[in-house]
Design a protein around this ligand. Structure first.
Ligand code: DP6
Length: 344
């Protein structure tokens, strides 16, 4: 008896959490490969995730992307980012991808492109799904390197808990990947409250912003000089579970990043009035003895770093601030995972 075996389906799904940088990445020594000038440290965020299903097939006439239920056209930036990622995937694995087009269906459970690192969770999930669907057999380090080709911060979302992205020095990016400092269960006391002040997509993408900063900001070299110190303090604070030290260095590093952005020309000002109100409130709460810190990425959203025992008090105060659109309690979350649930 002969069995006619059907060709194996090249379909898979993955779920990845977003992450928030405690020591920020800003500026690339290589724009093509997304190689950063500095190391960065992040915490992977539970509850903010991208779920992605991919299917590789000879039948598709072109690469198709459906994001949050909407078909994304090839002239859209998001499509272009993905096309760039797929190019590098096809170059790295020409045989595995020969003649195949991809359909990608992806969903975020939080606002896209608004400074909540949807590109980090998005490309981490896409990378893991492609690895599974094509049977590439990549380990986490290789996944991190590949995810980086989609978006720098995605290199970190492969891992859970506290993560460091090593900038590396090789020209081909082979030593620019993330690794885990501590897993998601390591520090249950450490919480993050995410305050969304505006869900609109930002006008200046990180990618473009970084480029202008390097070209025009007179303080960029000063930033780079302080990073080694910031990274060491943050790493040590995580190792010692020293909340005050980690909060202080994260907040200072965040303000340094935004100082760079503001002094770029044309200026990049991601904050809105609500962002500033929140910053002021957090500084006041601290004066009153409620110890918490803020950090902000390329957008107007404020992430509050706090102790578990203070979350209820802080959330109660935040609820009175009616200008905040959404309040979400998060904690160190898990790294990227394969899912058996397909979106199509
Ligand atoms: C301010 O990783 O989104 O959030 O590599 O160009 O895709 P690309 O940029 P992206 O930039 C993140 C910038 C940041 C800081 C950080 O996450 O470290």
């Amino acid at each position: 008896m002969h069995h006619i075996s059907k060709p194996k389906k090249k379909k898979a799904s993955a779920i990845a959490n977003s992450n928030i940088a405690l020591i920020k990445y800003w500026g690339k020594r290589d724009d093509e490969l997304h190689l950063p000038y500095n190391n960065s440290i992040s915490v992977t965020l539970s509850g903010l995730f991208t779920h992605t299903t991919v299917d590789f097939n000879k039948e598709y006439s072109q690469d198709v992307l459906i994001l949050n239920g909407k078909r994304i056209k090839p002239d859209n930036d998001k499509y272009k980012y993905i096309a760039k990622f797929l190019n590098s995937l096809r170059k790295s694995f020409p045989q595995k991808l020969s003649g195949l087009k991809i359909k990608i269906v992806s969903k975020n459970n939080f606002p896209t492109g608004a400074g909540l690192a949807s590109s980090a969770s998005g490309f981490a999930a896409l990378t893991a799904a492609c690895n599974e669907a094509l049977g590439l057999g990549l380990d986490k380090r290789q996944l991190s390197i590949l995810a980086r080709r989609g978006s720098g911060s995605a290199a970190r979302s492969i891992f859970g808990g506290f993560v460091e992205w090593h900038k590396g020095s090789n020209q081909d990016g082979s030593d620019s990947y993330a690794s885990q400092i501590a897993d998601k269960n390591y520090w249950p006391e450490f919480k993050i409250i995410i305050c969304t002040t505006n869900t609109k997509e930002k006008e200046i993408k990180s990618r473009a912003g970084m480029r202008t900063t390097i070209k025009t900001c007179p303080f960029y070299s000063g930033w780079l000089k302080t990073i080694k110190h910031d990274i060491e303090i943050a790493r040590q604070a995580i190792t010692e579970k020293d909340f005050s030290s980690l909060g202080q260095i994260a907040e200072t590093n965040c303000l340094k990043l935004h100082a760079l952005m503001i002094t770029t020309y044309p200026p990049i000002i991601y904050w809105n009035e609500s962002t500033i109100s929140l910053i002021r409130s957090i500084l006041n709460w601290r004066k009153e003895g409620l110890e918490c810190y803020f950090t902000i990425d390329a957008g107007p959203q404020v992430k509050i770093l706090c102790r578990n025992s203070d979350t209820a008090t802080i959330i109660k105060k935040l609820k009175d601030m009616t200008f905040i659109k959404n309040i979400k309690l998060s904690q160190p979350g898990s790294g990227v995972k394969i899912s058996n649930f397909h979106l199509f």
